[in-house]
Design a protein around this ligand. Structure first.
Ligand code: 3HC
Length: 694
């Protein structure tokens, strides 16, 4: 093999030049790869003994896209367009040989080749939309010319992938290669030469886009559908615009339109936020003092205590990936109820065609009920998911200590209690860890892994890996009241409660938060989860507004009344004149002056105390890095991805501005608004959380 650049080699195999890219981990189109393709194509073009070219990759995948780390930096020559021109206009056939995931710029590279072959397991997609972008190297113009308009919209605006079967059917690939891919691609290239097959250019093929010409309704419908499913995101709409340009404009004009849209998104805040989240998610897996090669413990059997909503959801997560689970309840009735809910959830998923009834049975067969903790003697990990009561949890952990085998991980799904205290009930605090799932546990992707003072490193490493295995995004945090997510949420709750007593209505606050991009505002959220969580009827004396709502039987959606009214069977909140009156009466009784509160103030008072708390959390070392806090809020609380998480958002707003606002509120309302030392320091130094180093 002759080296062309550090990351690209070329060799001749009987008249076929094989350009081999080796740019781990995912063969991204970094400058060395682009240069290698350019020089390789030039060398092949000038060599009379070369009759065809194969472009292939070493390692785990074909090119998985442009090198995202280069985005936002000064461009380095040669650009991708130079390589693409050489490939597409080559006088010798060029064949892409794909394995793994041919994504983004990878699929675009394949689409400028004249032919495409792949392994049976290869996958293809244009996931740029997930980074707040559109394909920027012809993907929106070439893809509809092969797979048709609707499929191209779905792939570009939806960001999904297709497999080989569909790719063959649509003509995205010409042949599937069993066995050695490069050998198969070379044989295919020889066939192309021998048969004198034409140098096909996708850009010249219009048959699949003809029918959609001038049909604005196709695109209007797509815009509407994606406007709903991807509310607030700019990129899906831009992807649809670009595909529409492919249909209605010349190829050259379509490419111009694509570039224009790509550059607009690339320099905008949404893509910056989404790219931040891409790296934040991966960074979150890295723990400075627990290296990636820390030995892990086996997790082949899991025991769950409590078959309620959380316990059941956690059991489903395990069964989904084939881990057998024993789930314990205090009586048969509760156990049957919990198992029934799991089955119904699975059956609902099957009725939507996402899994088969066979899968339902297979998964349910992995979840076994029990009424005694003694059955947990052989499990590798226990996850306790009973209600939040320290005494009860300690009693359970003391029992587990006696029953479980040495080395078993003892996890608690507490949403805020002290893990060190729970661990103190055992003789093996090194095995105790917090595994905080988010409701509904079978849906929400976040797992807060809570490290106790004595938790062993291999227990942390195993718990993080277990989280990824059950398809969660684990984030490691330290012990404090409410950990990271709930501790910050409490700040927002405090201020939004205050604001309704000062004159804002629940619906006004909810609208501001909804328009910011959350799925719902805090009051609709309270109604969904139930106002009576932690409320005790016997002890309630109408001291708080919540007490009064609960005493009036307004417990939330379950009673068709909470902060809002609900029609029976409907989840749509209807503003309630009665609640408005209750709020006003309460405020009058407490002598709380009423005023008009602007939407801007609502947003600032909802988000800034959370950001300040995030800074405090960083200062205390409870979270490893600001981006971990972003991951927690995105995957645990539906913070809009296109706003990058609270700490990223704070940097966008500017820490100085937030700091000044906090001081203004502090002067008016007291020390509850005192900025944290870290916020103050960064703001005064003109820095952002992105500059935070421990
Ligand atoms: N550029 C730079 N680095 C990348 C990258 C890319 N396109 N894709 C992945 N990486 C890095 C990751 O950050 C990670 O780095 P780390 O080990 O230091 O944390 C490493 O590669 C491995 O990535 P994963 O952990 O995600 O590995 P997986 O095996 O789980 O997944 C993958 C592989 C499916 C390829 C996944 O990495 C992925 O989806 N990558 C992004 C694909 C993408 O969005 N492509 C489009 C890019 S934009 C584009 O092409 C524009 C074009 O139109 C001009």
């Amino acid at each position: 093999m002759a080296k062309i650049t550090e990351v690209v080699d070329m060799e001749k195999q009987g008249g076929v030049a094989v350009i081999m890219i080796n740019n781990p981990p995912v063969n991204a189109l970094s400058v060395g790869v682009r240069k290698g393709m350019v020089d390789g194509m030039k060398a092949a073009g000038g060599d009379d003994s070369v009759k065809a070219v194969v472009i292939a990759c070493g390692g785990r995948t074909f090119i998985a896209g442009a090198d995202i780390t280069e985005f936002g930096k000064a461009p380095q020559e040669p650009g991708l367009d130079v390589a693409f021109d050489l490939i597409e206009n080559s006088a010798k056939p060029v064949i892409a040989a794909m394995h793994g995931t041919a994504l983004g710029g990878g699929l675009e590279t394949a689409m400028v080749c004249h032919y495409r072959v792949s392994t049976p397991s290869a996958k293809f997609g244009q996931p740029e939309v997930n980074l707040g972008l559109i394909p920027g190297a012809g993907g929106t113009q070439r893809l509809p010319r092969i797979v048709g308009v609707q499929k191209a919209i779905d792939l570009c605006a939806g960001g999904g992938q297709i497999g080989v079967e569909e790719a063959l059917k649509e003509g995205l690939i010409d042949e599937m290669i069993e066995g050695d891919l490069v050998a198969g691609a070379v044989a295919f290239a020889k066939k192309v030469i021998a048969e004198g097959r034409p140098l096909r250019k996708i850009r010249d093929r219009n048959e699949k886009i003809e029918a959609a010409k001038g049909k604005a309704e196709i695109f209007a419908e797509a815009r509407k559908a994606y406007g709903k499913s991807k509310r607030g995101f700019e990129a899906p709409q831009a992807n649809i615009d670009a595909v529409e340009a492919a249909v209605n404009q010349s190829f050259e004009d379509g490419i111009k339109k694509e570039r224009e849209l790509f550059m607009k998104l690339m320099t905008g805040s949404q893509s910056a936020a989404q790219r931040h989240v891409f790296f934040a998610e991966r960074e979150c897996a890295k723990i400075p003092d627990v290296p990636a090669d820390t030995p892990q413990l086996p997790v082949n059997k899991v025991g769950i205590i409590g078959a309620g909503t959380m316990g059941g959801g956690i059991a489903m997560n395990c069964a989904n990936v084939g881990i057998p689970v024993k789930i314990m309840e205090v009586n048969q009735q509760l156990l049957d109820k919990g198992l029934g809910v799991c089955r119904r959830n699975y059956e609902n998923t099957a009725s939507r065609g996402r899994i088969t009834m066979d899968d339902v049975e297979k998964r349910m067969s992995l979840i076994k009920g029990t009424l005694t903790l003694d059955d947990f003697a052989d499990v590798d990990m226990v996850i306790e998911a009973v209600y939040e009561n320290m005494d009860l949890k300690k009693e359970i952990f003391a029992k587990l200590d006696k029953i479980c085998k040495p080395g078993a991980i003892l996890g608690s799904n507490t949403s805020g209690l002290n893990i060190n205290e729970i661990a103190s009930a055992t003789s093996r605090p090194e095995s105790v860890i917090g595994l905080h799932f988010f409701s509904p546990a079978n849906v929400m992707r976040l797992l807060e892994v809570v490290r106790g003072e004595k938790t062993a490193k291999n227990v942390i490493a195993t718990s993080m890996a277990f989280g990824r295995r059950i398809q969660k995004i684990p984030a490691l945090v330290g012990v404090c009241q409410g950990f990271v997510g709930n501790r910050m949420l409490r700040q927002r709750g405090r201020e939004t409660q205050k604001m309704i007593l000062e004159g804002a209505l629940p619906q006004q606050i909810d609208k501001v938060i909804f328009d910011f991009g959350f799925a719902m505002g805090p009051f609709a959220m309270s109604d969904l989860s139930g106002l009576d969580i932690g409320w005790k009827r016997g002890e309630s004396k109408g001291e708080t507004l919540r007490d009064r709502l609960c005493e009036a039987g307004r417990l939330g959606q379950k009673t068709n009344a909470g902060y809002y009214d609900y029609q029976p069977g409907s989840r749509t909140p209807i503003p309630s004149p009665l609640v408005e009156k209750m709020i006003k009466d309460y405020a009058a009784e407490k002598n709380i002056p009423q005023r008009a509160i602007t939407d801007d103030e609502i947003l600032e008072k909802s988000l800034y105390p959370m950001i300040n708390e995030g800074a405090q959390i960083l200062e205390e070392g409870i979270a490893i890095r600001p981006s971990d806090i972003d991951v927690i809020w995105i995957y645990g609380y539906n913070w809009p991805i296109y706003r990058g998480g609270p700490m990223f958002y704070a940097d966008l707003v500017g820490l100085k501005k937030i700091y000044d606002k906090m001081l203004e509120f502090q002067a008016r309302e007291g020390d509850i608004w005192k900025p944290s030392a870290l916020l103050e320091k960064l703001a005064k130094e003109g820095k952002g959380f992105k500059d935070f180093r421990r």
